[in-house]
Write a protein that binds this ligand. Structure first.
Ligand SMILES: [Zn+2]
Length: 411
């Protein structure tokens, strides 16, 4: 068998002719060309384009042979495509004209990136982590089935910090399919407006509900783009505001009673006042049961927090609304500054908070995916571009099914 024939079999690529080979800088360079006679367009893959004479020699990294680096070499022509104009010709071993890697190589890197840590991938393939980021972007764009923005009805919006020092991306989740469908750098009204712009008028009209935290920027964007959709404030964000009010009250009491025995008690009771009752330890239960006689103000704050949670557990919206209104007047008259303030905020958004009772949608999924995404972004440190971070999230949080590149060999 000729060496060229053997190399062609080892490459395992269709529509490729091997014309020669040589060694260069410890790598095996294989000279190849497409098996089709007239060049194709790299943009639309149209066949039979007419070519210029000019050729530009290029190298593509392919999968290693027995640990030896393999490069494919070919002189790319420019072609005139009736649809795309003057473009570089398309080649059968790579999908993207910008990539210096073959499709098989990119698929293998992405398969490993879905499963492996950064250092292993860099060592295994000998490429920079930034390059991995760009490869993931390309493969994710190729492999995503259909348009993930089709058929959206119930969505969640949340932010994620992806690097130290306030670099944020906004993520949109599909509540029905339980997956992240969109991401973009930033966390202001314009960021989310870009999502709705991409969705377009028709698909915007199909959106029935949007869960968000209480961020004013997101509220604005949702109200403008999908005025008929129900805005739902994430119940856990709202409850977190109430918990913060308990903590603020506790700090005030501690300041007031500093140096006294009661002050020490208040310091120690922090976690007991913030936890859910069913998570309390025996010790914390004892501390709490002593609270009513020891500090009436902090006890009142604690009761307010627990009764707010109870209201959010209600199943009937009208019952919940009635109870929330009486909770609000209790909180406003509580003489606890933090609760007077939180009551104002809640009153302002009452309907969007009560909406949770009817729709039972929270950002829990977003937060869960977010935690996963947060772990991923730690791996993605060094990508330095939000697009690559988003691609990494898409790669690992959208149920993308990838296979390792394995081929049959027949002599
Ligand atoms: Zn074309």
């Amino acid at each position: 068998m000729r060496a060229e024939t053997l190399l062609k079999k080892l490459l395992g690529l269709k529509h490729v002719v091997v014309e020669g080979f040589h060694a260069e800088n410890d790598a095996l360079v294989i000279l190849v060309r497409p098996s089709w006679r007239r060049p194709r367009c790299s943009g639309c893959r149209r066949r039979g384009c007419s070519a210029y004479d000019h050729r530009e020699s290029r190298l593509w990294r392919h999968l290693d042979f027995g640990g030896v680096r393999v490069l494919l070499q070919f002189g790319l022509r420019r072609v005139i495509c009736p649809r795309c104009g003057i473009v570089v010709e398309g080649v059968p071993w790579a999908d993207d004209v910008l990539s210096r890697f073959t499709r098989d190589f990119e698929n293998q890197v992405t398969y490993m990136a879905q499963r492996c840590d950064k250092t292993s991938i860099q060592h295994m393939f000998g490429i920079a982590w930034r390059t991995v980021g760009r490869i993931i972007e390309r493969v994710v764009n190729r492999k995503r089935p259909g348009d993930p923005l089709d058929g959206l009805q119930h969505i969640g919006v949340d932010e994620l910090s992806y690097r130290k020092h306030s670099h944020y991306i906004t993520l949109v989740t599909d509540h029905d399919e339980r997956r992240i469908v969109w991401g973009k750098e930033g966390k202001n009204a314009e960021t989310l407006a870009a999502f709705f712009a991409e969705l377009g008028d028709e698909r915007c009209r199909a959106i029935k509900a949007v869960t968000i935290d209480m961020s004013g920027a997101y509220i604005k964007a949702v109200r403008e783009a999908v005025p008929n959709a129900q805005l739902i404030f994430d119940r856990f964000h709202v409850q977190a505001l109430v918990s913060d009010a308990v903590d603020e009250t506790r700090r005030e009491e501690w300041q007031r009673l500093r140096g006294t025995g009661d002050g020490k008690l208040i310091k120690n009771i922090r976690w007991a006042t913030l936890k859910n009752p069913w998570n309390l330890t025996q010790k914390e239960k004892e501390r709490l049961s002593a609270l009513p006689s020891q500090n009436a103000r902090l006890y009142r704050a604690y009761l307010l927090k627990e009764s707010f949670a109870a209201v959010m557990d209600r199943r009937q919206p009208n019952v919940a609304k009635r109870e929330l209104e009486s909770w609000l007047s209790w909180a406003s008259r509580s003489r606890l500054a933090a609760f007077v303030r939180v009551a104002k905020t809640i009153r302002k958004h009452l309907d969007d908070i009560i909406a949770y009772i009817r729709w039972r949608l929270t950002n829990g999924l977003v937060e869960g995916l977010n935690n996963k995404a947060r772990l991923l972004t730690r791996r993605a440190y060094g990508f330095h571009s939000a697009d690559a971070v988003i691609a990494m999230i898409m790669l690992c949080c959208t149920g993308l099914d990838l296979q390792p590149v394995i081929k049959d060999f027949n002599l």
